[in-house]
Design a protein around this ligand. Structure first.
Ligand code: SF4
Length: 323
């Protein structure tokens, strides 16, 4: 991860203000705080804007902030930098990565694209889920998020083969709903992959009349056992339309905080994982209130995108936003 590092102050020694105080201080300093919906409630409360990858990407592109503190994982901060090149983009913890992004290395993707070109007689269109590094974004043709993936895939001519990276579960779901037969990279989200259909069925039996919503990053048996397969923005829209319902939620556990804030009229129960009941992303959890507060004061650690990747990676993102 390219970076400019900061000091040796320990975050644990900091006296952290309440979320409203942090947000007010950041506003006075001209810092925009963006937080992903998978961040814990305290960090969501600090943020000027909370959203999914697409919403945060749009926000980074549209806001004219000179400084963005991105509470999320590394690829998201890279995306903000690509879309707002003049801003100084920094994160609470540079080590906050993502199993999906790690599963697809640029060199491996380039080699596979070349292999497919030889095999198919033409280079496949490469569609990359936004959960990938800038290096991978630079090698692909267009980016998608879980919220717009159907539209992105639908925009590609029927006669062109498609390579979809890095999430095999999202790619498998897209193959089902679009009727395409995309070639899939073998990556997965380590949080969503652990949802268990057996324990989900038990939960459904305990809560008759409940509605099960799951993220397309979940494996097919979990998706098939769900009433709705949606990205997080789609989930939020759905729960807002209901009153006094119980939802079984197959996505990262902190999303429930957002549901409870924005649609408190319903009840939300996290779908259990096979080995862990919490379903929290360990990478998102690296961003603590103390690290957030320290990063705001230091405006670092900063996230940079290497010059040689910048224009290609940005072009892939802009093609998505143009759709
Ligand atoms: S929840 Fe999954 S996809 Fe999202 S950042 Fe964590 S590991 Fe990556």
């Amino acid at each position: 991860m390219a970076s400019v590092s900061t000091s040796n102050i320990s975050p644990s020694t900091l006296d952290v203000p309440e979320p409203a105080g942090i947000q007010r201080w950041a506003t006075e300093q001209g810092i925009l705080i963006l937080a992903h919906s998978y961040q814990d409630g305290f960090i969501q409360e600090c943020a000027h804007f909370v959203g999914d990858s697409l919403e945060l990407a749009r926000c980074a592109a549209e806001e004219e902030a000179e400084a963005i503190c991105f509470a999320g994982v590394h690829f998201m901060a890279e995306t903000a930098k690509l879309l707002n090149p003049k801003a100084r983009v920094f994160v609470p913890d540079l080590e906050a990565g993502c199993s999906l992004a790690t599963s697809c290395k640029g060199a491996d993707l380039a080699a596979y694209q070349e292999h497919l070109k030889q095999k198919l007689g033409q280079r496949p269109v490469t569609v990359a889920y936004i959960n990938c590094t800038a290096e991978v974004k630079a090698l692909c043709d267009i980016i998608c998020t879980s919220g717009n993936a159907r539209e992105v895939v639908g925009s590609i001519p029927e006669d062109r083969p498609i390579l979809f990276v890095p999430d095999m579960h999202l790619g498998g779901w897209l193959n089902e709903v679009t009727g395409r037969e995309m070639i899939l990279w073998n990556g997965a989200c380590q949080v969503h992959e652990l949802f268990s259909v057996d324990t989900l069925r038990d939960l459904q039996a305990q809560h008759s009349g409940s509605i099960t919503i799951s993220h397309p990053e979940c494996p097919k048996p979990v998706r098939d056992a769900s009433d709705h397969v949606l990205g997080t923005a789609g989930m939020l829209r759905l729960v807002k339309q209901h009153e006094d319902k119980t939802f079984l939620v197959g996505t990262e556990g902190n999303m429930i905080y957002r549901f409870e804030q924005e649609a408190p009229q319903n009840r939300y129960i996290p779908a259990p994982g096979a080995s862990c009941a919490c379903n929290l992303c360990p990478f998102m959890a690296l961003n603590t209130p103390e690290k957030l507060w320290m990063s705001l004061q230091e405006r670092g650690p900063e996230v940079m995108v290497p010059d040689e990747l910048f224009e290609s990676a940005r072009a892939s993102l802009m093609r998505m936003l143009a759709l």
